[in-house]
Design a protein around this ligand. Structure first.
Ligand code: C2O
Ligand code: CU
Length: 505
């Protein structure tokens, strides 16, 4: 398989075990030995994304062991204070290791993943496996599926990822995702034909921690000051601006793979090679438009699921969204640019080098960003990714609101913890009717399930819902547990734009 080339420099390989049974004894006794005890409290200052005290208690997670023939993939993560080099700019932050993004963890669909997390922070934390339809106990939502992992404690996330694709993981406590606590999770498809010569992981982020204010300070100021929008620019010459306001936070830096635009990562390849690029938007408050100067991109997947291949000059990624694109490389040096939507700033970038020549200037803006920019609405699912046609058994309204005058974001008229959980019935085809009654675009994310957009049938787990738009999201209620659905703007989520989904009966 030529498709499984190594990712970018600066992305550490996780200590994934190959399928040898020697790893079978790895489990040891660490699982849950010091995980959240019932009633354990975290020392995070903020209530925590989903960390509002719902008065629930949690024991250690039930470990899973590989079944006969199942491959075990073990990895470790140590959230810890770190000073990271963003390309001549040092930031002291919290990270999984010594760099951002954190490691790429890689497994194959159906493998058993055992990820041991030892918390070296002074605050409680969790790890959420974004987009994976996993068992509830491994979902990493504080107050809902576990107590935060206390400082010094260890928690092991055991789960079997059922679907191949590009995913990521991040802290689900407070606005910790807006520090360096994120990494990429790639689930390979045993039946994947490949058809490309190399594969690159490209993670986008907006950065303040250790340079500007901390995310916790920003959240406190937004709430105290009633909000306010960072970029009043509506579109910045990026063609038709679809998303309204461009986020709430002005960041000192925007990053591609942890690097500022003036010190970009360089990917090298040969002219004519086909490359699969796995794009991940790990930012807290920024929608990015992505283009590779001098090239057209073919979108092949979003949020892990295959789409009918669609060529474009550029595409939008909301927070929490992933897109895979394939590109045939020309000869020269090209900027792979991620332009923050609606924020007046230098775009983030990496470089792609297949030949000699000087790189374009750090602020060079590829012409590709000046025309049509693809969104999820331009895509249709591959046949294999379709959800079987079925009329919904129940329709649940999900009204996104807030942001008028004060920094309070709501679902169904109230902040998380005060809004009533959505009630799911196991076995039912369920429709979330997500209606955005606010002035901003919100990346709406569902845990534990993936949905199909009514109309196109596109399969996703995170979708941008624009101002005054209503999207129907259909899924089968086939994964019992307490789950979250929320806006993936970290500040909106923390300010209340979240809701619980509960299985009744
Ligand atoms: Cu990526 Cu509830 O999160
Ligand atoms: Cu939002």
């Amino acid at each position: 398989m030529t498709g499984l080339g190594l990712g970018a420099a600066g992305l550490l390989a996780a200590c994934t075990g190959a399928g040898d049974s020697g790893h079978g004894s790895h489990s040891g006794s660490s699982a849950g030995s010091s995980a959240g005890q019932p009633g354990a409290s975290s020392s995070t200052g903020s209530a925590g994304m989903g960390g509002h005290d719902l008065g629930r208690s949690f024991g250690p997670p039930t470990p899973l062991e590989p079944t006969p023939g199942q491959r075990l993939v073990s990895a470790t993560l140590e959230p810890a204070p770190a000073t990271v080099d963003l390309g001549g700019v040092n930031a002291s932050t919290w990270a999984y290791g010594s760099a951002v993004p954190g490691p790429v963890i890689r497994a194959t669909a159906g493998d058993l993943l055992q990820v041991t997390v030892t918390n070296r922070l002074s605050a409680g934390t969790t790890v959420h496996w974004h987009g994976i339809r996993l068992r509830n106990a491994a979902d990493g939502v504080p107050g809902l599926t576990q107590a935060p992992i206390a400082p010094g404690a260890t928690y092991r996330y055991d789960f079997v990822p059922p679907d191949p694709g590009t995913y990521f993981f991040h802290s689900h406590v407070g606005v910790q995702i807006d520090r360096g606590l994120y990494g990429t999770l790639v689930i390979d498809d045993p039946r994947e034909p490949g058809g490309y010569d190399a594969e690159w992981v490209v993670v986008l982020d907006d950065w303040t921690d250790g340079i500007g204010k901390t995310p916790d300070d920003i959240l406190a100021e937004l709430i105290a000051g009633g909000g306010g929008h960072a970029g009043h620019g509506m579109g910045m010459g990026m063609g038709d601006p679809p998303w309204g306001m461009g986020g709430d936070v002005t960041y000192p830096h925007y990053l591609v793979n942890g690097r500022v635009a003036s010190a970009p990562e360089t990917f090298t390849a040969k002219p004519g090679q086909r490359v699969r690029i796995r794009l991940v938007n790990a930012s807290a408050d920024t929608i990015f438009a992505v283009a590779l100067g001098g090239h057209r991109l073919t979108v092949t997947h979003t949020d892990g699921y295959a789409v009918q291949p669609r060529e474009c000059a550029a595409l939008y990624l909301g927070m929490g969204e992933r897109y895979d694109v394939v590109v045939t490389l020309a000869d020269g040096v090209f900027p792979l640019v991620a332009a923050p939507f609606g924020k007046l700033t230098v775009a983030a970038r990496a470089l792609v080098r297949t030949g000699s020549g000087d790189p374009p200037a750090a602020n060079a803006r590829p012409a590709e960003l000046g025309g049509e920019i693809l969104t999820h609405a331009d895509l249709a699912p591959a046949d294999a990714a379709r959800l079987a046609d079925k009329a919904p058994d129940s329709v649940l309204p999900v009204v996104l609101g807030g942001g008028m005058g004060n920094y309070a974001w709501t679902i169904n008229g109230a902040a998380y913890g005060k809004n009533a959980p959505l009630q799911l019935t196991a076995g039912q085809r369920t429709r979330l009717r997500v209606s955005n009654q606010s002035m901003m675009t919100h990346p709406f994310h569902l845990h534990g399930h993936t949905f199909a957009l009514a109309g196109t049938g596109l399969r996703k787990d995170t979708v941008l819902v624009r101002h005054m738009e209503t999207l129907d999201l259909d899924f089968d209620a086939d994964n019992r547990g307490s789950w979250m659905a929320h806006c993936h703007n970290a500040y909106h989520g923390e300010a209340g734009m979240m809701i619980e989904l509960a299985y009744q009966g």
